[in-house]
Write a protein that binds this ligand. Sequence first.
Ligand SMILES: [Zn+2]
Length: 345
Amino acid sequence: MGCDSYRLNEIEKSKVVTDNIELNSKIRLAKLSHYNTSTCDLAVNEKAIITEVKFESSIYDKAAYRLTHLPNKQFVVDFNPKFVSAQGSVADKKLDELMRNKTNKCFARANEFMLGPNDEVITLRLSEDREVPSFLVLVEKTDRAYAHQFSTETNCAALVHEYLHRTGLVDEYREKNVLDEQGRPIYNCRHVGPEDSIMSNHELRANQTGNLILPVVTLKGYSPTDFGKRSALTFDPNDSNDKQSFDAEVERFRQKYKTEVVKVEFKDGGKGLHKSLLTAAQFRAITSPRCESKNSLYFMCAANAYRTTYPDYTAEKFALYNGKLGELSCVPAPEQCKDPNWAVK
Ligand SMILES: [Zn+2]
């Protein structure tokens, strides 16, 4: 059935193309094909402002970055966050500086491992250059981070995950915590990726990449694996700011579960299993964001990441974020989206 729907979708797509051909002059068509070829891969020293990706998925936390292709297989991804304090005003100088320092430190750590399948390199960077599209980040301490909300206490693996949403990458885990009013997990159309993906379990991926450590916390009444995964942080125990974030996170969980900390261990989380924080599919989606031919499977599966079968939620949320009524029900996807490899290869 999935295959049939997929074919139908392809027919619909080609109908749109045909309509365009009928509507547009040959000159317009020539321009279109030029546009398509030139934007599939950026030429060396070319840059692009990316504020939308080739699929309709997230209704919020949209892509916002500048991509630059440099010689020697190098890419730079620039982000321009505007930090907002919990009180809702633009962050003061001190908070802004704290968040920038935190981000720069996490980027420096991640940049060692932002590699493509053919030894390409991505450098994540902050930029206040006016042409780099900006986005708001609410600086507030919470149990979980979002692309539009994190704090100085957010661990580096989570922070990098949140910035990667701004390149258009979607979540790949089964969402259990974002619920509608009836307590149903709403993003139930999502196609799940592999567990060891930075967009699925960012801590696990970080710990399996390079030379990072995995703290495992045991809470009274819980097994280390229950809690370990959720509390895992990638951090440098010699860094006082890291130590502070870690202690804060442990304390938050201790209070949440109303129990005591039995043990904190530092383990090798399987380091060196991956040479990159990114899969090949994620790397291509970031560095060729307008290229449908290279990313067709990723784009088709990713399109369902924030869609739902619950109609009430659909209309309400769409209206909230888009200011008009719209449709957020599942879109037809190929059978391959059922295999987590859609987000890998
Ligand atoms: Zn996410």
